[in-house]
Write a protein that binds this ligand. Structure first.
Ligand code: GDG
Length: 495
């Protein structure tokens, strides 16, 4: 089984003589002002949560956009900071963007065009030419930062996600003969089928950008196949489905699946700390909860892909059909507001608020309300307490690359209790068939599944949770990183 230590050894053996550079939009640590003091926090993002333990094990440099109000105050050499701030293990190199660049590249093209394009959840992508131009410009700025760091040395560059689709091509075009650079890119969100992707006016540039990589990774085989079909339909490329390889303009790109995960052991151990029980008591007092109440939890960035209204509708069906649970059932919907300046997010937040209000009005019993809705950036301790106090967790994404919340819930259930209700449309569902799998679009059936979760015998819970824990423990985040790095070092530098 892969651990932080074995990954560290693997990395120092395999990458010993080379630079290892990770590039992403979001930084793993954000410095902000609290009054006159500088503090920092870890952003609620699946990507950074997953990659930080990898970088702690590997060392190296992580290049990302410096978005915090105090980010510039703590850097040396104009952009570097050693992180984790309390126990430095690697270098975070910050890249600075203007508000207009952030708006056009991040909110605009990344999140109003590519995000809805790749998630098939019936939210229309918006393609704006000026956003696209800024996206191209910002990808160029990232390339400059990377090449400055590479400085003609031999380097493995590991690029993250859909914000940087053009980056590999720009790096390689600007670098010259490229015998010193090998790039891999991991696409953290789904890749849609060719019919969906073809509406993007700049699809060819995006595909060419990605095909400049030596290795391109997705969470599941299905997304790899969608990508290869998209290339086959649109470009004069040789797509080898057997070998999972694309050759375009004489250059080969391997396309492979690497299901991302969590640091299972750390979560499982942290779950057993006495401070978690203290935090559970604090939260129960804060929410006025009693011992006998059945508690469920959902933890998400508030995003229209996560199916939050759909789970609220399922809870409505459940309480309507099972009134004996009214007054005895509480669902805590927690997590952090996200991308609030984008219209589609304003709409989904209004829908969630309305549903919570209606359900709480319909099923209130004295001061007791069935839904508690929190929109705040919770500490890791509070998130752990929520996972521990809930006898079931709902992940009801309409479409999701992987979904780490599901794996975090499993990792936290060290005593093998608890039930995971999981959307079939997450990458995680492929690895966790012992969850109760649901279709979030079918509220009645989904409501019935909530009842099934609540009534599940302790023996069946143990049996299912044990199997899921074995899967997540084995396929942990270090295995994900080790698998990517093992594939990466198969590519040889030129002489
Ligand atoms: C993308 C893909 C893929 C949530 N609320 C708070 C908070 N969180 C944490 C969760 C979890 C993370 O945020 C969310 O991870 P997900 O995987 O669910 O989702 P995305 O952010 O959409 O991530 C996804 C992932 O990339 C990795 O490849 O799994 O499919 O969409 O860790 O616990 N964290 C804090 N406060 C909160 O209030 N601190």
């Amino acid at each position: 089984m892969w651990t932080s230590k074995s990954l560290s050894e693997h990395v120092s053996e395999k990458l010993r003589d080379y630079l290892f550079i990770v590039v992403s939009n979001r930084e793993p640590y954000i410095h902000t002002f609290k009054g006159n003091e500088i503090t920092y926090y870890v952003p609620p993002s699946g990507l950074t949560v997953a990659l930080d333990p990898v970088m702690r094990a590997c060392g190296g440099t992580w290049i990302a956009y410096g978005s915090g109000s105090a980010d510039r105050k703590v850097v040396y050499k104009g952009h570097n900071v050693a992180v984790p701030p309390d126990e430095p293990k690697y270098t975070l190199k910050r890249l600075w963007l203007t508000p207009e660049q952030e708006e056009g590249y991040y909110s605009g093209f990344s999140n109003e065009a590519l995000w809805p394009l790749c998630h098939i959840v019936y939210t229309r992508p918006m393609f704006d030419e000026s956003d696209w131009k800024i996206y191209k410009k910002v990808n160029t700025l990232f390339a400059q930062s990377v090449l400055e760091e590479v400085n003609n040395k031999k380097a493995f560059i590991f690029i993250q996600d859909y914000h940087l689709a053009l980056l590999p091509k720009i790096i390689k075009d600007q670098n010259g003969d490229n015998s010193n650079i090998i790039t891999a890119q991991f696409w953290h969100i789904p890749w849609p089928n060719p019919e969906v992707f073809r509406i993007c006016p700049w699809q060819l540039e995006i595909l060419e950008g990605l095909l400049a990589n030596d290795l391109l990774g997705f969470h599941i085989r299905y997304h790899c196949n969608n990508f290869m079909e998209t290339v086959a339909r649109n470009m004069e490329a040789r797509v080898d489905l057997e070998r999972h390889e694309i050759t375009y303009k004489g250059k080969k790109t391997a396309v492979q699946s690497f299901p991302i995960s969590v640091d299972f052991d750390e979560l499982s151990q942290k779950a057993q700390k006495s401070e978690v029980q203290d935090e559970i008591n604090n939260l129960k007092t804060r929410f006025g909860l009693h011992e006998e109440e059945i508690i469920g939890v959902g933890i998400d960035r508030y995003d229209y892909t996560k199916g939050i209204p759909d789970r609220l509708r399922a809870i409505d069906c459940f309480l309507k059909n099972n009134p004996q649970y009214i007054g005895k059932f509480v669902f805590i919907q927690a997590g952090v507001a996200s991308r609030e300046n984008i219209e589609a997010y304003k709409v989904i937040n209004r829908e969630i608020d309305k549903l919570v209000e209606d359900i709480n009005w319909k099923y209130a019993m004295g001061p007791h309300k069935p839904i508690i809705c929190l929109r705040e950036n919770l500490s890791q301790l509070s998130l752990m307490a929520l996972r521990r106090m809930a006898s079931f967790c709902i992940v009801s994404s309409l479409h999701d690359g992987m979904n780490l919340v599901a794996k975090e819930y499993v990792a936290s259930r060290f005593d093998n209790t608890g039930v995971l209700i999981l959307s079939r449309f997450t990458g995680a569902a492929r690895e966790l068939p012992d969850a109760l799998l649901i279709n979030p679009y079918a509220p009645d059936e989904f409501g019935e599944t909530i009842k099934r979760a609540i009534k599940m015998s302790p023996e069946e819970q143990q049996k299912r949770m044990k199997k899921m824990r074995e899967v997540v423990q084995e396929n942990n985040i270090f295995k994900w990183a080790a698998d990517v790095i093992t594939e990466l070092v198969k590519f040889e530098f030129g002489v």
